[in-house]
Design a binder for this molecule. Sequence first.
Ligand code: SF4
Length: 405
Amino acid sequence: MVALRPGQNLLLNNRLWSLWQVLPGEGRQLTIEAIGASEASFGMTRRLTAIQYGSELFIEQRRGGYWQANLERDWQQSDNGPVLVCRPANALDLLNVHTQSPALGQLTNEFSWSYSRSAKYRFCTRAYYYHYYAAWEGWRPESPPPVRTAYLLKNLTDLSRWIGAMVHDSLRFALARLRAGRPVSRDDLVGQMYRRAQADFESSQNGRYQQQPNALVGFQEHYYKVPLDKTTWQTSWQRAEQRLDTFLTSELYDRLGQYPPDSFLDVETLHSFSLAETKIWVQLDLARFDGQRIEIYAWKSGASDSVEIRRQLGVYGLYLRQTQPEWRHVPIRGMVYNLVDDRQEEVGLDPTTLEAVETEIKADIAHLRGLLVEPQANLAEINRFPMIDDRAICRGCQFRELCGR
Ligand code: SF4
């Protein structure tokens, strides 16, 4: 790998700096000690922090932003010897290089597919880029600030998603207990959810989540300082409690409680299977065998698009078909349960539907892989994932800081 060496020169903002020390740091970090060599900076010393990705060098500017240069291409000869000519760069320039560079260490960013990944791409291609590429390695303390920011933003939630996650987790616990033959009481469940809500709120409000973004809840409302009064939080909590109550008092829950525990096949466990040489991640809300058919459930908290539902449940159906060959001939039916109004809707998952979903997924995988600069290495270039035009959507997006929206 090309490297900076003492005796070389940097041109930053039309000022010449001569290097007298270049010290490697953690990961891709470098510390550069330089002394001013042009009239405006003569004799001044500067300690600079830099990040090197292959031949691309980013030097942190004191007031934010970077100086960027390519260590193979951006040299000029001068009376003082070779000069590296650096240009101003921003956080997105650094992310663009980050996402085109192989990961450090053992953990590589492998391409995989999931329903939520595909949905993220359809929501906004740039959000997809930040989530699945820019944020990679953002958990490492020595990663450059834009990468750590992408990772932090990726892990933020918002009130609406938080309600959904709390209710989902409570349902998973209730169903796991049903499956174990030890149903949990409504009061215990609500109490547990309430304690979690308080812990989540506190970790977000006091900023503790910033130390462990993937383990502690951080609300984008807190991060972006969106004013929220007490009533909004109370209303959110009441909404979560109402959805939990809707499920617990439903005919569905009553019926599930009467089935033998071994009729439950799966309750929200993360699984994977393979399609088009790609790992496909699935997490079924509930799957059970009623003696004749396999039922796959999805919990929803609002209007659901029938095409999306068919796709989501179809992926689950494909997973069961591939991983449980002994049930290949058992009919599968999809069920959507709406937690807002206690409504159930059946979704046909016959072999023709599953085949159509499989074709869609394969096309989606080919499209998403086709966007990459190096599909085998899963490396991405930012310009292939443009921002959307609709700024009204951006106002609710967790990544708006990176987009400057
Ligand atoms: S702020 Fe807008 S353009 Fe940027 S990632 Fe979010 S939705 Fe996409």
